[in-house]
Design a protein around this ligand. Structure first.
Ligand code: MG
Ligand code: ZN
Length: 185
């Protein structure tokens, strides 16, 4: 799952835990998927590191806050993967082209290899088409949550075509539940 604008309210380049709020329907939706046996991984672009807005270490507290909020609903993330890079950064060490910044699928492939995840049985859930492209390139099913309709107006070609477009997190998880073969995962 993407983080900003998908699980939590999108505050651009935020690494302040006090500004992290789960979006409506996220806790209940994940609890439902948890009951089906899904494991949850965050796959997030954090170019704020490359741009010098916050340190890579700050993301430890971001993950902790997210785990804390989800934990209140009895849900845990199995992994938190971030790309700290950007091709036009301000911090030399993070300024590069990489294979982990979405729409590249590097972080999904890494999580799958580490945890033995079957990507074909997995969903990539996100709020922009870069999330969808990363998911499709990794071989996942893909869910675009586009409550405002912005991404719907763009071309959905090739890898940028979602398996399903939902208006809300709860619609997304309801669809995934309906399309999960029982006993398969
Ligand atoms: Mg997002
Ligand atoms: Zn990267």
């Amino acid at each position: 799952m993407d983080k900003d604008g998908t699980l939590i309210r999108d505050v651009p380049y935020n690494a302040d835990p006090s500004k992290i709020e789960l979006l409506t329907g996220v806790a209940d939706g994940l609890r439902l998927l948890d009951s089906l046996g899904y494991a949850f991984f965050v796959i997030t672009n954090q170019a704020g590191v490359a741009k010098g807005f916050f340190s890579e270490e700050a993301l430890v507290d971001v993950e902790a806050k997210l785990q804390q909020l989800l934990g209140k609903s009895g849900v845990a993330l199995s992994g938190f993967y971030y790309c700290p890079h950007h091709p036009e950064g301000a911090v030399q060490a993070y300024t590069k082209r990489c294979d982990c910044r979405k729409p590249s699928p590097g972080l999904l492939l890494k999580a799958a290899a580490t945890y033995g995840i079957n990507l074909g049985d997995s969903w990539m859930v996100g709020d922009i088409l870069d999330d969808i492209e990363a998911g499709n390139r990794a071989g996942c099913k893909t869910m675009l949550i586009d409550g405002l309709g912005h991404e719907r107006q763009k071309a959905h070609n090739g890898y940028r075509r979602p398996s399903y477009i939902a208006d809300s997190f709860s619609e997304a998880t309801d669809w995934i539940v309906k399309n999960t073969e029982h006993g398969k995962i």
